[in-house]
Design a protein. Structure first.
Lengths: 309, 300
């Protein structure tokens, strides 16, 4: 297993390099520049700025400079917010996105898994159909609809919770509740459908029949035999989903005006703040690779059929 | 059981035996027995017809501005049955245009992903070996790309070009398609009927078109019907962030984002587009689920 992990990590290095290169050159070869302000800069000042940030060098040299910086965790200064480094921007946005994302994922798992299992146990009955109808609704009603409606109902009409905004460093339960719920609805739907279909298959499999034939009580059959196998697909889903959620749902952060990474990303891309955009891409790609590896390792621990060559 | 049959019954039996039912006939029968799927097809067909032909019969145009009718609630007067928007434009006709745009994005982007995905996956799966490894390695790398971020970068740097929206979304949705097709192709290559065809001297091109592609089609069709709503959602996210379709043209996501801004004073601006979008997504998902159950009925 150690050898397997090492090999996966070795493969991850070229993968990361390719991702960084694609993002870097796509960003740089595109028209537009961070110095396009409303008032045109004089050519001298522009040239000064370009040389200060190293943009006057050939592109491939800039690329290697960027890699060098990345290797020493130096992400450089932000081009737009002159008083902040990229690390500071990411450092202030990431905790917000991560808290919301992880909370949403936890909520989704704790609600979605029992829903899916229950539906599978009552297959083709009224409870099954109603749960799957709810799940279908969760998939079909996007967060850009649920977000505003939830904030209107609980924030404006009932006045129970704040509608939007978050003071940095003050992530209270009240301010986070609506974004977390909004973000988790679709995940609850996906997870419960995933768990239902795998549980249906597992409940019909030979080893469950054997366990029943041995005369095990139904509770033991489910808890000891069926549950583990039924949750396997969930493990490989949670890896990438986790990366997507903690790097920020752009829509939810926009609706609730939260200072997370997703929001940062869109504004930075619009303003051509290259280092910030690159940092988010690198962070996300790294997280996906890492979490996929973790998911695969967890898969191996849970499923005795999987062997790491 | 044949002992007691009359010649006439025998002929009928024989005919039934000759006719036989193909897998696709079976699938069709199962699909049409699925009420949710059939209902969805009818609703979706109606919505599509409305989106395509509705604007021709409507007295208002999507960009006509009525300065004296800003934010009017739904009313029969002047036929603003869904009300008007903050610029004083008729919401009903804008909704039809928005739906048309969203459906078009969904279909075209899915078409792009289908084209790339099927060719990529079938080639990798059929050739196998080193080619397969390299091709799927590329897919793995692309999977780790934060793809919504890439669409955003694309939209930001190249401007909000309509064709680009189609291509950009399609270009990020083909990865799963390629994986599905490759997996199917590999498992089919080892099936006896493909071996038999090879032994009989059928050419590779014919094996791919006559034996591989028709058998890969099932999962692909299912995945396509589930990709279309996903694409419509992606486009609506982009429009919501102000990166999608540009005014005065509109899409469901664009209408919803306007509605979300105005929902306190003009809830109809959110309710109608949001409902239309939900119905559309519901339909596609029900049809997709129905197709999956029909083509691969293991779960039910």
């Amino acid at each position: 297993m150690l050898a397997y992990t090492m090999r996966r990590l070795m493969v991850a290095i070229p993968t990361m390099l390719v991702i960084i290169a694609v993002a870097f050159f796509m960003m740089r070869l595109a028209p537009g520049s961070p110095f396009d302000t409303e008032r045109a800069l004089s050519p001298e000042i522009r040239a000064q700025l370009m040389s200060f940030y190293g943009f006057d060098k050939p592109l491939y040299i800039q690329f290697f400079d960027y890699l060098k910086g990345l290797a020493t965790f130096d992400l450089g200064p932000s081009l737009i917010y002159k008083d902040q480094t990229v690390s500071e921007i990411i450092g202030s946005g990431f905790p917000v996105s991560m808290t919301i994302g992880l909370a949403a994922l936890l909520l989704a798992t704790f609600v979605g898994v029992p829903m899916g299992l229950f539906a599978a146990l009552k297959q083709n009955s009224l409870p099954d159909y109603s749960i799957m109808a709810i799940a279908m609704a969760g998939i079909c009603i996007p967060s850009l609809v649920t977000g505003p409606i939830l904030s209107l109902v609980f924030g404006v009409y009932l006045g129970w919770l704040p509608t939007a905004g978050l003071d940095l460093g003050k992530m209270t339960f009240e301010t986070l509740l609506l974004p977390v719920v909004t973000l988790s609805l679709a995940q609850i739907a996906i997870i419960s459908r995933l768990v239902r279909s795998s549980a249906v298959e597992v409940l019909r499999s030979n080893f469950v029949r054997t366990a029943r034939a041995k005369g095990l009580p139904e509770s033991q059959v489910l808890a000891k035999h069926a549950l583990r196998a039924a949750l396997l697909p969930l493990v490989s889903y949670l890896g990438p989903a986790c990366a997507g959620l903690i790097t920020g749902s752009v829509v939810v952060e926009t609706v609730f005006q939260l200072p997370g990474i997703g929001k940062n990303f869109v504004t930075s891309a619009l303003q051509r703040d290259y280092p910030v955009v690159m940092a988010v891409v690198v962070l996300y790609a790294g997280l996906i690779i890492l979490l996929n590896l973790l998911a695969d390792l967890a898969y191996g621990l849970l499923d005795p059929k999987v062997k790491y060559e | 059981m044949t002992l007691l049959t009359t010649p006439q019954e025998k002929a009928e039996l024989l005919e039934a035996a000759v006719k036989g039912r193909s897998l696709w006939d079976d699938a069709r029968r199962r699909l049409f027995r699925n009420k949710a799927a059939v209902g969805s097809m009818i609703v979706l067909g109606f919505l599509t017809l409305m989106a395509i032909f509705g604007p021709f019969f409507w007295p208002h145009d999507y960009e006509t501005i009525y300065n004296d009718r800003v934010l009017e609630a739904p009313t029969w007067e002047n036929l603003h049955i869904f009300g008007t928007d903050p610029q004083g434009r008729d919401l009903f006709v804008r909704l039809l245009y928005g739906l048309r745009m969203s459906l078009a994005v969904g279909l075209v982007a899915t078409g792009v992903s289908l084209l790339i995905g099927v060719i990529w996956g079938a080639t990798a799966g059929y050739i196998g070996g080193r080619v397969d490894q390299i091709m799927m390695r590329i897919v793995d790398v692309l999977y780790a790309l934060p793809f919504i971020f890439f669409v955003i970068i694309l939209m930001v740097v190249f401007g909000r070009n309509l064709i680009l929206i189609f291509v950009a979304i399609g270009a990020v949705e083909w990865l799963t398609m390629a994986r599905i097709v490759r997996g199917q192709t590999i498992s089919l290559r080892k099936k006896e009927f493909v071996e038999a065809a090879e032994a009989a001297g059928v050419t590779s091109a014919n094996i791919v078109t006559r034996h591989i592609v028709p058998n890969v089609l099932g999962p692909v069709v299912v995945y396509v019907t589930l990709t279309i709503p996903a694409v419509i959602l992606t486009e609506s996210f982009l429009s919501f962030l102000g990166l999608g379709v540009q005014e005065p043209m509109t899409s469901l996501g664009n209408l919803i984002s306007i509605g979300a801004r105005e929902m306190e004073i003009a809830p109809w601006l959110l309710i109608f587009p949001a409902t239309t979008m939900m119905i559309t997504l519901f339909c596609f998902n029900f049809i997709g689920d129905g197709l999956r159950d029909a083509i691969d009925p293991r779960d039910r």
